[in-house]
Design a protein around this ligand. Structure first.
Ligand SMILES: [Zn+2]
Ligand SMILES: [Zn+2]
Length: 757
């Protein structure tokens, strides 16, 4: 007998073509009923037998649209209604929004084909989209994701677009971003303070690139500043204007074939570049690269290049004409937040000769995401999670309570995490909240999330460091709202983040956590960063750490690797070379500080700095992480020229020296005296660190080892760890989140839920 069944599907199911998919499937099966899309997911009512209804649900899940992500399904019988057709019912928005936000998608294959097809109505239309591609999160003002809740609300569809929009069999059925040249989003060109509206001359833009001009282009998450990547002069000019002396720039290539001439790429990396997320992928430069890119200006002294493919139709059109790679970097000065507001174009005019804008507003700014793959074993590390990857976090194995919790994250590479309606939302990378701009952006994004999800926050989680912007803000919010605030130690948050991502929080087995980063306030008031914890049945213990060294001069120490070299090697190695790095006055003052200062540190980040200073002579950094990146690059050059090996560890036995730091630098100094090449010594430094971890893991008698902290963005360190440990241990790294401080907010949430100390 026919009954009426209610099917409920949750997850990322909005703005990905889910309703037409259900419609077509049910029509093909000759089923009667309806489908709709509400703030808590997709609902379907059908007349069927239980067997048939279950079969339909299984089919729906098995063949769901590529961009959708189902987290939960339910089926139950409901009051019988005798339906005569199958229809689509419009969205309702009366309930609490429990849906996940859909990320922004790169242009799809079908739209790309139409873009270059002369007979298509959207031939060369720079804002072509469909239900399988285009902006989502960046233009969403409210939930549910419907046109009137996005910044597409000001564009009225022409009759032809409207027909597509209303046809369930069309790829643009309910496509909220639908538009065409007749109802167009318009480009504008701003030059010398004058604006040309309804601008269409893309050849002009290309000619400006060829003339060595800098052009800011409004994309998905904000303005990118672009120029010809083969023109060294314009890149150097851009560096001066952006106040960015040496931090590497990312490039955008017009296609994957051109890219393959310059970098080494395997299938995983190729798929990543062409994925809907379309991130920047860090790839190794070929020795014999073919295109004349100005590499020394783009990525000084590095062997890695950050590259992406055109992910919007506009970039595609422009690069198809230009046929050369462009530098494409966030529109901002130095480390500030990406500019996305059209009322801030004046600031962009200081950097760019022309600005190519458009009248589709951006609600949420996002930088380009960055990912990296291992060279020997292909696994993915997220370096920056933003456009295309944020903000939903899907892990159906986590058991989440009905509580509403806000976790505020750390200082640099900040994010926040919101647990609401049993969904986890992890904001995109929000920059380093030590600048006013980034603080404002953090606050705006948080307010936006509150408007989207109306969370009734019960608990706020903050880092232990009292001076972090997010800690101060979290405490203020807690006080105003009269809710509980809980401080969580930085490295424990890291540990719980990697445990949570790998679903290890329920295992009874002892797990070792290797938590290595630059800075975090420890439980003892010192600056931690080279920590080994164990986790078992909800309890955490700090079982080992790098030897303590004097922590002096605050932030200056992280900016000047020579200071780390000073505090770690004084009295250990011959001071002659070290003394040359300082003026007499500095030397005397710093000696006194070391002798009298009470603050200690165990940071591995500073160990990398010290090694970079002594091995490579990098005494002052121009951007965060520069010394460590150069050291990794040096090790890579060695492995590349001499094959990958773990043979040259300074540690000869399976036991630790009395003081690992002293032992390392004594050996490094001997190697320098022997006249060994810096690249070789850098490789030995990396090998010894991996060996060090392996020895401690053996000593702790564990099977499972988890890694978190910014140091594990270092791919060659990971390769070496795998080489030392893969056979004897189960190793766990981050998957969808970055190992750096971007994961702290998620880790704070995991700690709050699962810690039993
Ligand atoms: Zn498309
Ligand atoms: Zn139209």
């Amino acid at each position: 007998m026919l009954k009426t069944f209610h099917i409920h599907i949750k997850g990322i199911v909005q703005g990905v073509g889910f309703r037409p998919y259900v419609y077509q499937l049910c029509r093909a099966q000759n089923l009667k009923g309806w489908v709709n899309n509400t703030t808590d997911g997709v609902h379907i009512h059908i007349n069927a037998t239980l067997e048939k209804a279950t079969q339909i649900l299984n089919k729906l899940v098995a063949n769901a649209p590529v961009l959708s992500h189902i987290t939960n399904t339910a089926i139950k019988e409901t009051a019988f209604v005798n339906y005569t057709t199958f229809t689509i019912i419009n969205s309702e928005s009366s309930q609490q929004p429990t849906l996940l936000l859909t990320p922004d998608f790169a242009i799809c294959k079908n739209c790309s084909a139409e873009l270059f097809s002369e007979s298509d109505k959207r031939f060369q239309y720079p804002f072509i989209t469909c239900t399988h591609c285009g902006p989502r999160y960046s233009i969403t003002k409210k939930m549910p994701y419907d046109r009137e809740n996005t910044t597409m609300d000001i564009f009225t569809m022409c009759p032809s677009c409207n027909t597509e929009y209303e046809d369930p069999l069309d790829r643009r059925y309910f496509s909220q971003t639908n538009s065409c040249p007749h109802c167009a989003i318009e480009l504008s060109l701003i030059e010398n303070g004058k604006t040309q509206y309804n601008f269409t001359d893309l050849d002009y833009v290309v000619s400006q690139w060829n003339k060595g001009k800098i052009i800011a282009i409004k994309g998905i998450g904000g303005y990118l500043v672009t120029c010809d990547a083969t023109n060294e002069e314009v890149i150097e000019r851009l560096r001066k204007l952006k106040n960015r002396p040496s931090k590497p720039f990312a490039l955008m290539y017009h296609d994957i074939y051109e890219l393959a001439e310059d970098v080494e790429m395997d299938i995983g990396e190729k798929l990543e570049l062409e994925s809907a997320g379309a991130p920047i992928v860090l790839l190794a430069l070929k020795k014999d690269r073919m295109t004349p890119i100005a590499i020394e200006a783009i990525a000084p002294k590095l062997n890695l290049l950050g590259v992406m493919l055109p992910y919007t139709p506009l970039y595609k059109l422009l690069l198809e004409k230009f046929k050369k790679p462009i530098v494409a970097t966030s529109g901002n000065i130095s480390n500030a937040t990406i500019i996305y507001q059209d009322d801030r174009l004046e600031e962009l005019q200081h950097i760019a000769d022309s600005i190519l804008s458009n009248n589709r507003q951006i609600v949420t700014p996002q930088d380009d995401s960055v990912v990296r793959y291992g060279s020997i074993k292909s696994y993915r590390t997220i370096i920056r999670r933003s456009r295309g990857l944020a903000p939903s976090y899907l892990n159906t194995e986590l058991e989440l309570s009905n509580n509403t919790v806000l976790a505020m994250g750390a200082l640099l590479k900040s994010t926040f995490t919101l647990l609401a309606h049993q969904n986890i939302h992890i904001s995109q990378y929000l920059g380093s909240t030590d600048t006013l701009e980034a603080q404002e952006n953090y606050q705006n994004t948080l307010t936006h999330f509150e408007n989207l999800f109306h969370p009734d926050i019960e608990v706020i989680l903050v880092d232990k460091h009292p001076d972090y912007f997010a800690t101060v803000l979290g405490k203020e919010m807690a006080q105003k709202r009269n809710v509980k605030v809980i401080e969580i130690q930085h490295h424990k948050a890291h540990f719980f983040a990697v445990l949570g991502e790998n679903n290890l929080l329920h295992t009874h087995e002892k797990i070792l956590g290797v938590i290595w980063d630059g800075t975090g306030l420890g439980d003892d008031g010192n600056i931690w960063g080279g920590e080994f914890f164990t986790f078992q049945r909800g309890k955490t213990a700090r079982v080992h750490s790098l030897e303590e060294f004097p922590f002096i001069l605050g932030d200056k120490m992280a900016k000047e690797p020579r200071i780390s070299a000073l505090v770690m090697t004084s009295g250990v190695i011959d001071a002659t070379a070290l003394k040359e790095k300082f003026s007499k006055t500095e030397w005397n003052i710093y000696q006194k500080m070391m002798a009298t200062g009470a603050l200690k540190s165990t940071s591995i980040g500073r160990l990398f700095d010290a090694a970079a200073s002594i091995i490579l002579g990098i005494d002052i950094q121009t951007y965060e992480g520069e010394a460590a990146m150069q050291l990794e690059s040096a090790a890579y050059r060695y492995f590349r020229a001499n094959n990958f090996t773990r043979y040259y560890s300074y540690l000869k036995e399976e036991k630790l020296p009395e003081n690992f730091i002293h032992f390392l630098f004594e050996n490094i100094q001997q190697d320098i005296h022997k006249g060994f090449q810096p690249d070789f010594i850098a490789a030995k430094f990396h090998i010894s660190l991996a060996h060090y971890i392996a020895i401690i893991a053996k000593r702790e008698g564990v099977q499972k080892v988890a890694f978190s902290g910014g140091v594990f963005q270092n791919q060659w360190l990971i390769e070496l760890i795998r080489s030392f440990m893969d056979d004897d241990f189960d190793l766990y790294f981050h998957k969808e989140l970055s190992p750096n401080d971007e994961n702290i907010s998620f880790g704070q949430l995991m700690y709050y839920i699962y810690n039993k100390d």
